[in-house]
Ligand binder design. Structure first.
Ligand code: SF4
Length: 68
């Protein structure tokens, strides 16, 4: 997964999935690029108002969430 340059720094992902995201200089960063499947990551991606969180299947590379 990754956070794109569209991040607006609202912090929703950090509140939704604090194990996976943190804010650096007001913008979100993923703590890890590859994680085990977790609904919290998908929820964060779906709730992101800027659609800035992209999640991919590590094996196939297919998008797991809609990409902008
Ligand atoms: S929810 Fe989206 S816009 Fe808000 S901080 Fe996280 S990645 Fe950035």
């Amino acid at each position: 997964m990754r956070v794109t340059e569209n991040c607006g720094g609202c912090g929703m992902c950090v509140m939704t999935a604090p194990r996976y995201f943190h804010l650096v200089d007001g913008l979100s960063q993923a703590l890890l690029s590859e994680v085990d499947p977790d609904d919290a990551v998908l929820a964060a991606a779906e709730l992101c108002p800027m659609t800035a969180i992209e999640v991919f299947d590590a094996d196939t590379g297919a998008a797991v969430t809609p990409t902008p």
